[in-house]
Design a protein around this ligand. Structure first.
Ligand SMILES: [Zn+2]
Length: 451
């Protein structure tokens, strides 16, 4: 039957997947001309374009996005009545972040203890190779004609946060139109555990400035009755967490529960590099705290540094705040609540100014559509176990753009980037079994979703 044939085909294609990934990793495709030549990105883009053209995709081309990078886009027209599936990935990578910290050559795919090391081996070139392997297996088993329409999108500046593709999508709605979007820039909860990344938190960034005096005043002569701007700021910031460490913004719920996979505290402790003896904070489970509830972080403060500080009361102090918000909370509501909280907790009628830096919406994937059902079945068949769900504490603004523009499309976040991959860090690697299982799941999905 097709399932066994696809399984065999994917397995036989794994040596080719390794060869392909070796070539892809050799391109130093960091989209930052100050660090790496632009040609490296262009070579990687051209490689991706050629590879998908070779698998029968049409209208293959490099499309310049508003930030100057190139997205590789290719299509396969849907057979009559069949849906169209977007295969998303990105070919740009993070810089090495210290060549010295790498135990293998950064740009040379190197096998060690069963994993393949190199920058981009997982994020996201491993997902490019997964797409290719799935398509090749389908061609081998089902024939030259794909059962669904395809839209390949390989972004060229995802790691830079310059929003090139986000700004490109609204002007190219028809070019990219798809019924289901596979956003393959995520990963399983652990190797061998098929996982949908179900939610992403949004964020609200503000600058809060407190002013109390015309200028700095001697802390001996005036300390006591003089209103200290830094003390006022400390007072305000302290009101944003309770003793347990829960984020406490007035009017913002902070007791949500995560209903998918539970993040074991020991694993979180290790992943987050928490010092021995120091607590994990908050009243919920780790999954509740990191995926389902708001979290406020003070990103920076303008206060006198210790060296060079004098015996003076500060007239002015400033902090940059980052509030992560879970699905179910609108950024505008969170901003309003945070602003009101900061104003009402500022003591002594000190002057407080709040400036909004940025806001981003949280994201929640739909779970009840036909594509999701087909993918859950494909995951189960490929991995031999049912899929679970996790969240992601950070944001992928592109998902919100897609959700706004294609409101009826099913969006699924998945991929080969499980935690051991150490994406964005030195010594990034991928587990080839994840490429194999994900490619099989994708092939099974494309075969079954057509019906
Ligand atoms: Zn990525």
């Amino acid at each position: 039957m097709t399932e066994d044939a696809l399984r065999t085909a994917v397995r036989e294609l794994m040596p080719r997947a390794k060869t392909d990934l070796t070539e892809l990793v050799s391109y130093r495709s960091v989209y930052d001309a100050r660090q790496f030549p632009v040609e490296e990105c262009l070579k990687a883009a051209q490689w991706v374009a050629d590879a998908f053209a070779a698998e029968g995709l049409t209208d293959v081309g490099l499309h310049e996005t508003p930030d100057g990078s190139n997205a590789v886009i290719a299509r396969y027209p849907a057979p009559p009545g069949a849906p169209t599936v977007m295969l998303y990935c990105h070919y740009d990578v993070q810089p090495p972040l210290g060549d010295d910290a790498w135990k293998t050559p950064v740009w040379e795919l190197t096998e060690k203890d069963g994993r393949w090391y190199g920058r981009g081996s997982a994020d996201c070139k491993g997902n490019i190779v997964t797409h290719l392997t799935a398509l090749r297996a389908l061609r081998k088993v089902v024939g030259d004609k794909y059962p669904v329409g395809l839209t390949l999108v390989a972004e060229g500046s995802e790691e830079q946060g310059t929003g090139g593709l986000e700004r490109f999508v609204p002007d190219n709605v028809e070019l990219l139109r798809s019924d289901t979007l596979l956003i393959c820039d995520c990963g399983n909860f652990a190797v061998g555990v098929p996982t949908f990344t179900q939610t992403l938190r949004g964020n609200v960034n503000v600058l809060v400035t407190i002013e109390t005096l015309e200028g700095p005043m001697h802390s001996g002569m005036f300390g006591g009755p003089a209103p200290d701007a830094l003390a006022a700021l400390i007072h305000v910031l302290a009101s944003l967490r309770d003793a347990e460490g829960n984020t406490t913004v007035d009017g913002l719920p902070n007791d949500q529960k995560w209903d998918g996979v539970q993040y074991p505290p020991e694993q979180f402790r290790a992943d987050a590099n928490i010092l021995d003896g120091v607590d994990i904070v908050g009243g919920g489970t780790v999954s509740d705290m990191v995926w389902a509830r708001p979290a406020l972080t003070v990103l920076g403060m303008d206060v006198p540094p210790v060296v060079g500080s004098s015996a003076a009361i500060q007239p002015r102090a400033r902090a940059r705040l980052n509030l992560r918000i879970p699905p179910g909370v609108e950024p505008q509501d969170a901003l309003k609540a945070l602003t009101a909280h900061l104003e009402s907790h500022t003591p002594w009628h000190a002057k407080v100014t709040i400036e909004t830096e940025a806001t981003g919406s949280p994201f929640r994937a739909a779970t009840d559509g036909p594509a999701r059902k087909a993918m859950a079945a494909a995951f189960a068949a490929s991995y031999g176990r049912e899929a679970t769900t996790e969240g992601q504490g950070g944001s992928i603004p592109l998902c919100n753009v897609f959700a706004d523009i294609y409101p009826n499309a099913e969006i699924m976040l998945m991929g080969v980037e499980e935690p051991k991959c150490l994406i964005h860090a030195p010594n990034e690697s991928v587990d080839p079994s994840e490429i194999e299982h994900m490619a099989l799941a994708e092939a099974l999905f494309l075969a079954s979703y057509a019906k």
